[in-house]
Design a binder for this molecule. Structure first.
Ligand code: NAP
Length: 276
């Protein structure tokens, strides 16, 4: 069965818009983009559009590629103090002279819509109330919406990034799955993946996951976004793997739209954290 991220994301976005309307207050997301990376510009654009549709205002800060780290952090501190700003999003990647860790850790944890601040990451580790990074949060929502069993199941996550793989592993562990995290140094990856009830691939390698690596009736989540000959493809060989899997996400219309919808949920969550 297709896990239709586009369809479910529309449901979530509608719910968020209704909640934003009912709050009768102005929610504003500050979006910071450093430099002119075309892919980042596309992501910022789609996040801005989704916010507008949900009734969330955005305030853009397009900064020069050469901005010193201190200046960027000063801006974030000003936004932290600004009561009119609900959330702060810094589009990654940043230029190499800026430490991404220093930047995300300067964001007020209650305005950290991407959930990358060390406080939110620590809270996730402790299964405490926190802002969860939008991609793993969206994947969990999708699995739950289709009643894919998680508790007691073996989930294998391929990729261990701070944005996707690691928080995904913690979220699933917090939902009582048994977790294996694989990465570029993993030995016998195929045998490990073949034992999984749920496979989540987030590595950025087109068609990496093939049917011979997947157990019959496993649920397969494809996080990858790869541009191949002008087309967007995932990390999963969809045609082959969909013959074996019980559930599978397409690319596009899978994890991507769920990520955007979860980001909107995070803006509302930040609002509530600040207005307890
Ligand atoms: N759909 C969405 O909304 C969304 C959101 C975020 C990211 N993405 C996409 O998801 C993909 C991953 O993103 P990311 O930010 O997590 O990437 P990342 O930071 O580049 O991390 C990639 C991970 O994959 C592992 N890896 C690379 N090659 C491997 C291999 N051959 N076998 C096993 N593991 C391997 C790396 O291992 P090491 O740690 O050992 O290097 C690393 O942990 C990208 O295509 C990205 O565009 C999509």
């Amino acid at each position: 069965m297709l896990l239709d991220g586009k369809l479910i994301s529309e449901e979530i976005k509608k719910r968020v818009a209704e909640e934003v309307y009912s709050l009768n207050d102005t929610l504003t997301l500050a979006i910071i983009l450093v430099g002119k990376d075309p892919a980042s510009e596309i992501y910022v654009n789609s996040k801005t559009k989704a916010c507008e549709k949900a009734g969330i205002k955005t305030k853009d800060y397009f900064l020069d590629n050469k901005i010193p780290e201190k200046e960027l952090i000063d801006l974030i501190r000003t936004l932290n103090e600004d009561p009119l700003i609900t959330g702060i999003l810094v589009q990654m990647p940043l230029p190499s002279h800026i430490s991404e860790d220093n930047v995300v850790n300067s964001i007020d944890p209650a305005k950290d819509v991407d959930g990358l601040n060390i406080i939110n990451q620590g809270k996730l580790l402790n299964n405490a109330n926190c802002i969860v990074p939008a991609t793993p949060k969206g994947i969990l929502s999708l699995l739950k919406r289709y009643f894919v069993e998680i508790s007691g199941k073996h989930a294998v996550i391929i990729g261990r990034s701070k944005l996707v793989g690691k928080p995904m592993a913690l979220l699933l562990l917090n939902n009582n799955a048994t977790i294996t995290v694989c990465h570029s140094r993993t030995e016998n990856l195929k045998e490990i993946v073949k034992r999984a009830d749920i496979v989540i691939v987030a590595i950025g390698k087109p068609k990496f996951l093939t049917a011979d690596m997947v157990k019959k009736d496993a649920a397969v989540i494809d996080v990858g976004i790869n541009r191949v000959q002008g087309k967007i493809v995932g990390d999963v060989d969809f045609e082959e793997v969909s013959e074996v899997a019980s559930y599978i996400t397409p690319v596009p219309r899978g994890v991507g739209p769920m990520t955007i919808a979860s980001l909107l949920e995070n803006v509302v969550k930040c609002y509530h954290m600040q207005n307890k």
